[in-house]
Design a protein around this ligand. Structure first.
Ligand code: ATP
Length: 260
């Protein structure tokens, strides 16, 4: 299948430019020459069937996996050889790994911890973060952004699944990311929780640049400015939701008639 890019894509220098990214696991080419460009302020969804290479691509973008070949350029700087923590410092923030949350700390404390780690002050100040009014006020603002202001004092272990995901978003936002990698934010959610997360992400539109990997097609088509379709490790099409919906190869490869 041909690799295409629609004519609607901006001519401005992209915030993220991925070229020819490859990663093989033995004989499996998980990413097989992936090209991807994200414009500042867009929500760009990455979709594809199970095993298409989405998680492998995200892992390469955030530095958890070193690619076999290809390049990753963020804001004009080649970050391909940088370790994950160095990329995070440059504003590449991955979210939706529930393991990152501290279950025995409160909701507010988890965001305070994220702020401390971002500023490099963790070891000086973490002993009693409640007493730092600047940090707690800032953390409270991030909780407001994700609709968790009334849960600030609750321990994370007592949150519902959807609330944990909202908190993960607050933790990621507190790092002031230039590019937010959202890995299946709706995973494990019911319809109501998904709708709430979709509304939250919609509220971030234009203020953040987001790469969204998600199987929930209602959410993808509601949120994305552009969508890239990955099949067998290759990007087969990038376009607007309408263009993706009507693209015959995409329909055949992934969406199926019910999504179109
Ligand atoms: N660590 C690994 N070792 C061996 N094979 C792997 C490894 N990680 C991924 N793969 C293989 O690479 C291919 C791409 O997997 P990947 O998890 O990136 O796909 P995906 O699009 O994220 O799938 P899903 O939607 O099911 O999460 C699959 O064939 C998978 O089995």
């Amino acid at each position: 299948m041909a690799n295409e890019t629609n004519s609607a894509s901006s001519t401005a220098a992209p915030l993220l430019q991925v070229r020819g990214l490859r990663k093989a696991f033995g004989a499996v080419r998980a990413t097989d020459g992936v090209d991807l460009a994200l414009q500042k302020g867009e929500i760009h969804a990455l979709i594809g069937p199970n095993g298409a290479g989405k998680s492998t691509l995200i892992a390469q973008l955030c530095g958890e996996l070193q690619p076999d070949a290809g390049s990753i350029v963020l804001g004009g700087e080649d970050v391909t050889a940088l370790a994950a923590f160095a990329r995070a410092r440059k504003g590449l923030s991955r979210s939706f790994q529930i393991t990152e949350l501290c279950p025995d700390y409160t909701v507010l404390e988890n965001v305070v911890l994220s702020l401390l780690l971002t500023t490099g002050r963790a070891f000086q100040a973490w002993s009693n973060p409640r007493h730092d009014p600047t940090l707690t006020a800032s953390a409270a603002r991030w909780l407001g952004e994700v609709g968790l202001d009334d849960r600030a004092g609750i321990h994370v272990r007592d949150l519902a699944h959807g609330e944990k995901r909202q908190l993960e978003l607050a933790v990621a936002l507190a790092r002031s990311p230039r590019l937010l990698l959202l890995d299946e934010p709706m995973a494990g959610m019911g319809a109501e929780e998904s709708a709430r997360m979709t509304a939250l992400l919609n509220g971030l539109k234009r203020r953040y640049t987001i790469l969204l990997v998600e199987h929930d097609m209602d959410a993808v088509f509601a949120l994305a400015d552009r969508i890239t379709v990955l099949v067998y490790g290759k990007t087969i099409f990038t376009g607007t939701p309408d263009e993706v919906r009507s693209h015959p190869e995409v329909r055949a490869a992934y969406l199926g008639e019910e999504a179109c």
